[in-house]
Design a protein around this ligand. Sequence first.
Ligand SMILES: Nc1ncnc2c1ncn2[C@@H]1O[C@H](COP(=O)(O)OP(=O)(O)O)[C@@H](O)[C@H]1O
Ligand SMILES: [Mg+2]
Length: 250
Amino acid sequence: MIIDKLTKKYDGKEVVQGVSFEIPKGKVLSLIGPNGAGKSTVMGVISRLIARDGGEVEFEGADISKWKSKELAKRLAILTQSNNIQMKLTVEELVAFGRFPYCGGRLTPEDERIVDQAIRYMELDSFRDRFIDELSGGQRQRAYIAMVIAQDTEYVLLDEPTNNLDIYHATNMMKIVRRLCDELGKTVILVLHEINYAAFYSDYICAFKDGKIAKFGTVQEVMTKETLSRIYDVDFEIMEIEGKPLSIYY
Ligand SMILES: Nc1ncnc2c1ncn2[C@@H]1O[C@H](COP(=O)(O)OP(=O)(O)O)[C@@H](O)[C@H]1O
Ligand SMILES: [Mg+2]
């Protein structure tokens, strides 16, 4: 996927200003940066939930605007930042939504098999008949990921999947995200607040600031004292753990 000179304005103000980057297939890319930097807007434009004002999103050789919604939904899944579905759904019903692009409302035995597999993959078997609003934050987040797995897309976009999770569940969620790539072969684009989650669990980082990309590169390229301190105007120290650069900021 190639993002080229993307722009988006709200009320005359350009909140995304000529953003370009390429998403390598079968890798995990994290978008990091402060609130309001334009990360969710870029995710929205890539998934066509938000209309852009300029630039291109080239997807499988064609601009995303050329795709029929159903075809796009078979290739790209997104969990938005406020992924709350306001319906009284059980885990199984929620996950079945992931099959919607394939079967409409009526699940075939094959769809049911895929839904079942996704529920088991996320270790939600004993929760399948529970209502999603009765689950803990971590369980609910796993149910949403199961829905994404059932959608069976190559691209998975997750906007702050660790939001509202305590550090244990957030770490667990990041391990799941990594498995989506390593075990299921998906290309994952994340928005993360916590730089060290991005550093430890992704392959590439796109550092946003004020609607622009301040730095794009591999984790090793972006996670340097000089780069981070320059972009975010905070003093960073970098140390290595298990061969990965992690930051301390003060
Ligand atoms: N629907 C909207 N209407 C007006 N302004 C918006 C809208 N959505 C986002 N913005 C503004 O666009 C900027 C970027 O927002 P966003 O992409 O959500 O940032 P991030 O995800 O990096 O926190 C912010 O200043 C935000 O207030
Ligand atoms: Mg956001």
